[in-house]
Ligand binder design. Structure first.
Ligand SMILES: Cc1cc2nc3c(=O)[nH]c(=O)nc-3n(C[C@H](O)[C@H](O)[C@H](O)COP(=O)(O)O)c2cc1C
Length: 372
C-alpha cells in the first residue's frame, strides 16, 4: 500500500518514506558558502525520505538573493560536503536544487554591476530581489532591468547548469533538481509572454520555448546520468510577474510528454494550489500524470490527509512539504504519530542567524517541557 510512510525506490535510490522536504531558500549563507549551521539545519530534517536543498545558484549571474549558497566555486563545493555528510549520517537523502534566477536579480549582485540576464529584456514589474539598496543595506529591492541573453550566451548557461551538476555530485549530493519553476530563468523561456526571442529558443512556437529547458536537461543528464536528475516546474504560475499565455496547458503537457522519454529521477510540481485553482485544474493534473510517466512529486499547502489522498488516488508518488518543515524538524514523526505541528513564522524565513533556523525543537522536547 502506498502511504506517506512507506519506502520508495527513486530510480534506484532508497527513500525511507514518501515525504519530501521541498526546496526552501533561507538566505543564511554568509559569503554564499554553506557552513556548519546549514549542515545542522538539514541534518535535523533528515527524517524526510528526500530533502531538496534550497535553490543553489549555478553562477554568480544566476543569483538573485543575498546569502544563498552557490554550487559553482570550490569553496562552495567544500561547504556543501558538510551538509551532505550530515544528512547521510542520519540515513537521509539530499538533492541539490540548481538555480538560475534570470531577470529576478539586481545590479548590486552582478559582476561589475552588470544588468541581470533574461530570456528577453522584459522587466519583472513589482517583483523584488534580495540585494543591496542605495545605502548599501541588504534589502528587498525592485528587480533590475534585464538584458536578453544572446544565442551563444544561452549555450554557456546550459554548460553552467551541467558544471554545477557535476559539482553537486562531487559535493556528495544524491542528485540534482533543475529549478525550472517559480518564474526564474527556465520558466522565463517557457512563458510566451516573456520569451519574445526570434532565435531557435524563440517564443513563436511551443517547440522553441521548450528548447532551453530540454537542452539544460540533456546537458545535466550527460554530466551525471538521468537517474540522478529531477526537475521542478510550476504550470500556471503567476508569481514573479509571469503572464497568462496562449496554449499554456498544451505547453506544459508537451513538456511532460518530452520529459517522459528522458528517464529522469522525477518531475516535481511546486504549486498545487495554483494548478487546482485553475479552471479544469484537476483534469490538468490528471492529464499531466498521464503525459509524464515517471515519478511525480507535488508541493503546495499539503496536509497529511490531502497527501495521503493524492497518493491513494495515484495522482502523485511523493508528497512535498515546505513551510511545515521549517518549524517542525521532525515533521515525519509528527505526522506519523499525530502530534501537533508548530506554526511557522514568515518573519524568520529569510536571513538572520540560528533563530527560526536551527532552534525549532522536536516534539518530544516540547512534550518533556510541558511535563516538567
Ligand atoms: C521560505 C521559502 C523559500 C522557498 N524557496 C524556494 C526555493 O529555493 N526553490 C523552490 O523551488 N521553491 C522555493 N519555495 C517554494 C516551496 O518549495 C514550496 O513549493 C511552497 O512553499 C509550497 O509548499 P508549502 O505550502 O508546503 O510550503 C520556497 C518557499 C518558502 C516558504
Amino acid at each position: 500500500m502506498s502511504d506517506l510512510f512507506s519506502a520508495y525506490d527513486l530510480a534506484g535510490l532508497h527513500l525511507k518514506n514518501r515525504i519530501v522536504m521541498a526546496p526552501m531558500t533561507r538566505s543564511r549563507a554568509v559569503n554564499t558558502v554553506a557552513d556548519a549551521q546549514t549542515a545542522l539545519y538539514y541534518q535535523q530534517r533528515a527524517g524526510a525520505g528526500l530533502i531538496v536543498s534550497e535553490g543553489s545558484p549555478i553562477s554568480r549571474q544566476g543569483a538573485g538573493y543575498l546569502f544563498t549558497p552557490g554550487i559553482y566555486s570550490p569553496e562552495q563545493v567544500e561547504g556543501w560536503k558538510q551538509v551532505t555528510r550530515a544528512v547521510h549520517e542520519k540515513d537521509g537523502k539530499i538533492f541539490c536544487q540548481l538555480w538560475h534566477v534570470g531577470r529576478i536579480s539586481h545590479v548590486s549582485l552582478q559582476e561589475n554591476g552588470a544588468a541581470p540576464v533574461g530570456a528577453s529584456n522584459k522587466k519583472a514589474e513589482n517583483t523584488t530581489a534580495f540585494a543591496y539598496d542605495e545605502q548599501g543595506q541588504a534589502a528587498r529591492v525592485q528587480a533590475s532591468q534585464p538584458r536578453a541573453l544572446s544565442t551563444q550566451e544561452v549555450a554557456a548557461v546550459v554548460q553552467d547548469f551541467a558544471r554545477a551538476a557535476a559539482n553537486a555530485v562531487e559535493a556528495g549530493f544524491d542528485g540534482v533538481e533543475i529549478h525550472g519553476a517559480n518564474g526564474y530563468l527556465i520558466e522565463q523561456f517557457i512563458n510566451a509572454g516573456i520569451n519574445t526571442r526570434e532565435d531557435r529558443y524563440g517564443g513563436n512556437s511551443v517547440e522553441g520555448r521548450l528548447t532551453f529547458v530540454l537542452e539544460v536537461v540533456d546537458a545535466v543528464v550527460a554530466a551525471i546520468g538521468s537517474s540522478r536528475v529531477g526537475i521542478r516546474l510550476s504550470p500556471f504560475n503567476r508569481g514573479f510577474d509571469m503572464p497568462v499565455f496562449d496554449d499554456e496547458a498544451q505547453t506544459w503537457l508537451e513538456l511532460a510528454r518530452l520529459l517522459s522519454g528522458k528517464n529522469l529521477a522525477y518531475v516535481h510540481l511546486s504549486n498545487r494550489k495554483a494548478i487546482i485553482n485553475n479552471t479544469n485544474g484537476k483534469a490538468f493534473l490528471e492529464a499531466f500524470r498521464k503525459a509524464y510517466t515517471g515519478t511525480l512529486i507535488m508541493a503546495g499547502e499539503y496536509t497529511k490527509e490531502e497527501g495521503e489522498r493524492d497518493l491513494q488516488e495515484g495522482l502523485i508518488d511523493l508528497v512535498a512539504f515546505g513551510r511545515p518543515f521549517i518549524s517542525n524538524p521532525d515533521l515525519v514523526a509528527r505526522l506519523k504519530n499525530g502530534w501537533p505541528l508548530t506554526a511557522f513564522d514568515p518573519a524568520v524565513f529569510y536571513g538572520g542567524g540560528q533563530e527560526g533556523y536551527t532552534d525549532y525543537p522536536v516534539y518530544e522536547e516540547i512534550a518533556d517541557q510541558a511535563a516538567d
